[in-house]
Ligand binder design. Structure first.
Ligand code: NAD
Length: 344
């Protein structure tokens, strides 16, 4: 944690694990009530990145960066933003490659270019600069693959033709998931708190509903693609879909909700398994030979195989998909720990 010499704001990097490789995780530019809240966020998110990359089988550890904006409006001021991003780059550089940054909430691939003026340990640069570009289409592809795997388990076929799917949040990922599902022949119910997203709904022939209606709609699949914490003791009782699979991070208000979903007979695809498409795409950027979108596509589709393995394991051990996913992540971390090579 350092105070930037240009911007005066705190820049924070949390490195949770380098057992499988450099700790990769996005840089969040956000306003926090105090620096302790910012540090807590960085620590919590860095741990989640360790498990996400491990379960995806990537040669990466888990980390997270935070730039603490002094107030909510300053992030839009160009000079301050450039200074803060350069300061963050200095902090990343000091870690000598044990942390590699990427875009996250509040930052863009253009911001990664600014950070790259201070350090080479940056991913998610634009395709023009040889980077892997926008991660959202890849995250959406992974989510779609996850939905298909769930449908195969519950309905006996991965085909989305004729399925009814409720999608909450039509943003960068949810919008693309909606388009792909519509193209595959699904009937959609969609919701967003931003009324401007109605245009996309109309173009897809989707029924527009309020967010609370999407959650309890009697559909085949509920796909949460907005914010986290949506599934709690109360909302899980209102779910009517036999499948929940979506992009939103941290969907469960607490780990115990995973067992509640099992008790209700609802198949939940662990969020950090199905929304790993973006980081899988970024990992290709770090491979020898550089970024190749075809390889990224193959690896992202591999989320389907991982998810099937997790569901099989959950069934065999009579545990929740969350427990099975964590067991897989821990096994992969232990494998790396017992290897001869420590990354740093
Ligand atoms: P986004 O900001 O582009 O889209 C989120 C959308 O959700 C917005 O349209 C917003 O208006 C809407 N929304 C917010 N609150 C809502 C509510 N209560 N009900 C309905 N809609 C609501 O974000 P995104 O990049 O599409 O990411 C969506 C989710 O997926 C986030 O949880 C994100 O952390 C996660 N995720 C994204 C990526 C990625 O590659 N972008 C990767 C992994 C995980």
């Amino acid at each position: 944690m350092r105070r930037g010499r240009r911007s005066g704001c705190f820049t924070i990097v949390a490195v949770h694990s380098t057992a499988r490789g450099p700790a990769l995780g996005g840089c969040r530019l956000w306003h926090y009530a105090d620096s302790r809240a910012a540090v807590r966020d960085a620590l919590r998110l860095s741990q989640a990145m360790t498990f996400k990359s491990a379960v995806a089988g990537l040669p990466l550890g888990g980390g997270k960066g935070v730039i603490m904006a002094p107030d909510p409006t300053v992030a839009g001021e160009r000079d301050w933003r450039t200074d803060a991003l350069r300061d963050f780059g200095d902090t990343v550089e000091l870690l000598g490659g044990s942390y590699v940054t990427a875009e996250d909430v509040g930052t863009s691939s253009r911001d990664m270019e600014t950070i790259s003026l201070s350090t080479p340990h940056v991913t998610g640069l634009s395709r023009r600069l040889g980077g892997s570009g926008d991660p959202s289409p890849w995250t959406a592809l992974g989510v779609q693959t996850g939905i298909e795997v769930c449908c195969e388990r519950v309905f006996g076929t991965p085909s989305l033709a004729g399925r009814t799917i409720a999608i909450s949040g039509l943003g960068n990922v949810g919008g693309r998931v909606a388009s792909a599902c519509a193209e595959a022949g699904a009937t959609l119910l969609v919701s967003d708190i931003d009324a401007r997203k109605r245009a996309l709904a109309e173009s897809l022939n989707a029924r527009w509903v309020e967010p609370h209606e999407a959650l309890s709609a009697p559909v085949d699949v509920f796909a949460p693609c907005a914010l986290g914490g949506l599934l709690d003791h109360e909302s899980v009782l209102r779910l009517a879909a036999p499948i929940v699979a979506g992009a939103a991070n941290n969907q469960l208000a607490g780990d115990e909700i995973a067992s509640l979903l099992v008790q209700r007979g609802i198949l939940w695809a662990p969020d950090f398994v199905v929304n790993a498409g973006g980081i899988i795409n970024i990992s290709v950027e770090l491979e020898e030979g550089g970024y190749d979108p075809r390889r990224a596509g193959e690896l992202v589709r591999g989320i389907g195989v991982t998810l099937q393995r997790i569901f099989d394991d959950a069934q065999a051990r009579a545990v929740s998909p969350l427990d099975a996913a964590m067991l897989l992540a821990r096994a992969r971390l232990a494998e790396a720990d017992s290897g001869d090579e420590e990354w740093i």
